[in-house]
Ligand binder design. Structure first.
Ligand code: ATP
Ligand code: MG
Length: 365
């Protein structure tokens, strides 16, 4: 297996579409690295540049210690699985999996051994004589992965391989690919726009937006210490709530956050940091699970509860104040009625503060 390094890699299409800007990161050997971000942010472009299917405009890509910018895809020793894994319809599963090895002139015995081994790993040994049209979506997906496994490449590249599958099958395949990673000790680069997929599969997650890397971290760090408002809002479902607030410092050195007449007290840690910011604005980021129902806690906010979405073991409450709307998550069994007043309290110890203009994280609670 291998590590992959991108050094200030930029991609400009057709002279003026800046798809990727100065991507600079390393994919460690045997890591499961996920590239995640909204549609058009440059994920596939990065993957295709690593594969050699797209030229690099500026910067360098290394696989292990070799610069591969000018090396053709077939000589890079990588295997890619796409969303639209076009299997050859007239070939059996066996032949689909064997095809790439045949092209590379492997011996019959070697091909047979590799195909059978991959089929065993993927539990598709009983399907080897079938043609793709007689397979389910999940089975076809496994064959596509099988085609990559038999190559025994240095690096596996996956571009949204699960997005054609239904929700249940996606969860199952997600686990299978994670298991595959453990079993093969493979270096995997996996592209998805689904943050749940990213969080559950990746040990290193690279969050992209508009061609720029926003943060590179493990799932826990992304969730608890998002580098900026974009990452805070992108990772987590439902997303983090954002409220524009002003820092007021009426009784000296214990600044509070104010919005719409509500005041949110800060813990001493935040107070210390914000004491110089009096009169300035700041964006408060608070996750749904850190807004609690009831009049017991500190930092109470009176809201109108517009809608409740019961989800079995918890419910989502859609709340409004005069100028803001936000979502709270509750485990309460007796849920309040729609369109009734509801007092909630903000758990400020778990809140985040962001710069109102740059969106950079100022403080994680
Ligand atoms: N061949 C091309 N020519 C010109 N522009 C392109 C080309 N391919 C992609 N782009 C542009 O580059 C940007 C990044 O595209 P890319 O396909 O990498 O996005 P993505 O993150 O994979 O999105 P999605 O989640 O929709 O697959 C987009 O603005 C896209 O329109
Ligand atoms: Mg894409």
């Amino acid at each position: 297996m291998a590590h992959v390094t991108l050094k200030d890699v930029t991609k400009i299409y057709d002279g003026d579409v800046l798809a990727v800007e100065k991507a600079d990161f390393q994919i460690p050997d045997e890591s499961f690295t996920v590239l995640v971000g909204p549609s058009g942010c440059g994920k596939s472009t990065i993957l295709r540049m690593i594969a050699g299917l797209e030229e690099v405009t500026e910067g360098d890509i290394h696989i292990d210690d070799e610069r591969v910018n000018d090396i053709p895809p077939k000589d890079r020793d990588i295997a890619m699985v796409f969303q639209n894994y076009a299997l050859y319809p007239h070939m059996t599963v066996y032949k689909n999996m064997a095809f790439g090895l045949k092209l590379r002139r492997y011996s019959k015995g070697e091909i047979d051994q590799r195909v059978n081994e991959a089929a065993d790993i993927l539990s598709i040994s009983h399907l080897l004589n079938r043609k793709p049209k007689h397979l389910s979506g999940g089975e076809r997906q496994r064959v596509a992965v099988g085609r990559a496994i038999v190559r025994q490449p240095k690096v596996f590249l996956f571009d949204e391989p699960l997005s054609n599958l239904d929700a249940k099958l996606r969860v199952q395949m997600r686990m299978e690919i994670s298991r595959l990673h453990d079993r093969l000790n493979a270096t995997i680069v996996y592209v998805t726009h689904d943050q749940v997929e990213a969080m559950t599969m990746g040990d290193q997650i690279i969050v992209l937006n508009e061609g720029k890397i926003q943060q590179i971290a493990d799932p826990g760090t992304l969730y608890h210490e998002p580098a900026n408002q974009f990452v805070g809002g992108f990772i987590g479902t439902p997303p983090m709530n954002f409220i524009d607030t002003e820092i007021v410092n009426s009784d000296n050195n214990s600044p509070k956050l104010r919005f719409e007449g509500f005041e949110v007290e800060l813990n001493s840690h935040l107070q210390l940091i914000l004491s110089e910011f009096s009169g300035k604005s700041v964006t408060l980021g608070i996750r749904p699970e850190n807004i609690h129902i009831g009049e017991n806690g500190k930092n109470q906010v009176l809201t109108q509860m517009e809608l409740v979405e019961p989800l079995g073991n918890h419910a989502l409450l859609y709340l409004r104040t005069e100028k803001n709307s936000f979502v709270a998550q509750s485990n309460l069994v007796d849920l309040p009625q729609h369109n009734t007043p509801l007092t909630v309290s903000f758990d400020i110890d778990k809140a985040h503060l962001f710069h109102p203009e740059t969106g950079e994280l100022l403080m994680a609670g």
